[in-house]
Design a protein around this ligand. Structure first.
Ligand code: CA
Length: 221
């Protein structure tokens, strides 16, 4: 697995490179945004760890540019500022996950494992998290083997959350999905659907990330 690390803090980058190499990742490191875009085009990394605060163009701008030609490349954002605005801006721009500095190496490795699993997961028609199984071919959802009765909107919302297990989906992203399914989105439409889903699935599956959005935790431990 080839990782491109975009980080201008040299001591931090050196530490990360060493730690990631130790667990078997191949890491290339660049310090600037423009260099990152060049490296992504030239090297086609499997995953990008991208610092937001860079000396030339910031990480969000890099992310927007790279998303213009690659919607799939997993990107983990590093932010020095633990602000909700940065997280939302990052996720809205297409980041898969974010980590606020300072962070523990074990936390970074856990996030990478989630992204890696998503990357390698074969496109099967079944998505299962715990005892919830969603079958995209049959458009059905079972909880501990029992088929659930979900509305079309609840099904699509759950599918979106499960397909993105391990990463936060912002309110804006989920509301856009509701719009694109032909729903007129009132201010609390999303909450209402989430509430109904929780009643059917239990309260533990869908986590509220305050001020940001919703998340289902990653698949197998
Ligand atoms: Ca920085």
């Amino acid at each position: 697995m080839q990782i491109l690390l975009v980080e201008d803090d040299r001591p931090l980058a050196a530490g990360l490179k060493q730690a990631l190499a130790k667990v078997g990742y191949a890491v290339n490191h660049v310090e600037k945004g423009e260099m990152a875009l060049t490296a992504i085009r030239a090297e086609r990394p499997d995953l990008v760890i991208l610092d937001i605060g860079l000396p030339d163009i910031d990480g969000i701008a890099v992310l927007k540019k790279l998303r213009a030609d690659d919607a799939e490349l997993p990107v983990l954002l590093l932010t020095a500022r633990d602000s909700v605005d940065d997280k939302v801006a990052g996720l809205d721009s297409g980041a898969d996950d974010y980590l606020a500095k300072p962070f523990e190496m074990t936390e970074l490795l856990a996030r990478l494992r989630v992204l890696e699993r998503r990357l390698s997961s074969v496109k099967s028609s079944e998505i299962s998290i715990g005892d919830v199984v969603l079958d995209t071919a049959k458009q059905s959802v079972t909880l501990a083997g029992e088929e659930l009765d979900l509305s079309r909107r609840e099904y699509m919302l759950l599918k979106s959350l499960l397909e993105n297990a391990g990463r936060v989906q912002t309110r804006a992203v989920l509301e856009q999905r509701l719009y694109s399914w032909g729903e007129e989105v009132t201010s609390n439409a999303l909450e209402v659907h989430i509430h109904h889903l929780r009643k059917k699935l239990g309260n533990d599956l869908i986590k509220t990330i305050r001020g940001v959005g919703y998340k289902v935790n990653g698949g197998q431990p």
